[in-house]
Design a protein around this ligand. Structure first.
Ligand SMILES: Nc1ncnc2c1ncn2[C@@H]1O[C@H](COP(=O)(O)OP(=O)(O)OP(=O)(O)O)[C@@H](O)[C@H]1O
Length: 264
């Protein structure tokens, strides 16, 4: 069977002058429709580079990305990205930030009223409809990320690409947003590829955790399937043997087998 999204033998070499660095080597991964995969690995191993290649923002040096049977090598609305630091336009309201994306994707296929309703529907999904007239400077970091997620969802992407979406948030806000994203995934069944540094977050949210070796020439070192049924309840998981076992496995990979050595 053809996978929904295939990362096919991807290499990435960055070249500056006569120096070149191989960041990713032979990355191959199949992602199923509706699957939530997390990419975890030490700082600098190439996680964002991989996500950017899937997003079409960075070209692969070799290999490629096949999404629903088509090769993708430039950015498109079928792959929506949410970055660690929100990328909302500061001069637009919350509503207009989402509306801009909706008009771009559905300008020809939905009426003005339908587009307006669709914007509000997606703001409602992330509990941000109440702030629709506020500008980004008037809302908190967590709220900005919620709007970024609404904007991404509103594009109805084939795959949602999350680059450390909770990384800049305080612990409590992070917890709330993780629960929101987990609830949305359960409700909408989106296909998600998320980068994280947080082992508990990876286990809580993912169907599979892709563990990367240290660079240069980072590879997929191990893939862990998280055998925990959904819906998942954060408080119950804390003492769930499967959760603890997965957590331990990822920690062992990162801190024993692929210990990070800071460059001198
Ligand atoms: N445009 C670029 N030109 C040259 N080197 C780059 C470029 N982008 C990334 N790199 C290098 O590629 C390597 C991987 O970077 P990347 O940001 O993908 O890692 P990461 O695993 O996402 O790191 P972190 O977890 O710290 O965000 C790093 O050594 C980085 O310096």
């Amino acid at each position: 069977m053809v996978p929904y999204c295939k990362i096919d033998h991807v290499d990435k070499v960055f070249t500056r002058g006569s120096a070149s660095t191989c960041v990713l080597k032979e990355i191959t991964l199949d992602i199923e429709k509706g699957e939530y995969v997390s990419i975890i690995g030490h700082s600098g191993c190439g996680k964002s580079t991989l996500l950017n290649i899937v997003a079409g923002l960075t070209p692969a040096t070799a290999g490629g990305i096949i999404l629903e049977g088509h090769e993708v090598n430039e950015p498109g609305p079928d792959r929506a990205v949410v970055f660690q630091n929100h990328s909302l336009l500061p001069w637009l309201t919350v509503y207009d930030n989402v509306r801009l994306a909706v008009d771009k994707v559905f300008g020809r296929t939905k009426s003005r009223a339908e587009r307006s309703e669709w914007v509000m529907h997606n703001l409602n999904l992330v509990q941000m409809a109440h702030a629709k007239d506020k500008r980004p400077s008037e809302i908190s970091g967590g709220m900005k990320q919620r709007v970024g997620i609404a904007r991404a969802l509103a594009m109805e992407p084939k795959i949602l690409l999350l680059d450390e979406p909770f990384g800049a948030l305080d612990a409590l806000t992070r917890t709330h947003l993780q629960d929101t994203v987990m609830g949305l995934h359960e409700k909408l069944g989106n296909t998600v590829m998320m980068i994280t540094h947080d082992v508990d977050e990876a286990v809580l949210l993912s169907d599979r955790i892709i563990m990367m070796t240290n660079g240069p020439a980072a590879q997929i070192g191990e893939i862990l399937t998280v055998p925990i049924t959904r819906p998942r309840k954060r408080l119950e998981l804390v003492s769930d043997p499967s959760f603890l076992k997965c957590r331990q496995r990822v920690l062992e990979f990162l801190y024993e087998r692929h210990r990070y050595v800071e460059a001198a």
